[in-house]
Design a protein around this ligand. Sequence first.
Ligand code: ZN
Length: 107
Amino acid sequence: MPTISDEEIRKIIMPLMLSGAKMLDKHCPKCGSPLFEKDGRVFCPVCEHRKKQMAGEMKGVEERLMEKLTQLANSMPDDLDELEKHLRVMGLIIDLLERYRSLEGGE
Ligand SMILES: [Zn+2]
């Protein structure tokens, strides 16, 4: 059952109505929000907002991973065993980053 929260109605739909976007008589099949039309474009404001929010959260993860990677790159141990572990972790982080980037590039 598709749902939108009261908060989404208050924060996304209400301001949109006030901004002069036209509320259509159709609903989004994914979340049940009314669809809007603005500048000739029909869209679901709730799904767009959710997508943006998710992209924002992923950006945060990416930034933290980059930070960690830089940290690791700046503190390579001399001991070879330790170095190997270090590099393995760096490899994992790079893999993750690549995966995040391909998720984001999906649009
Ligand atoms: Zn929607």
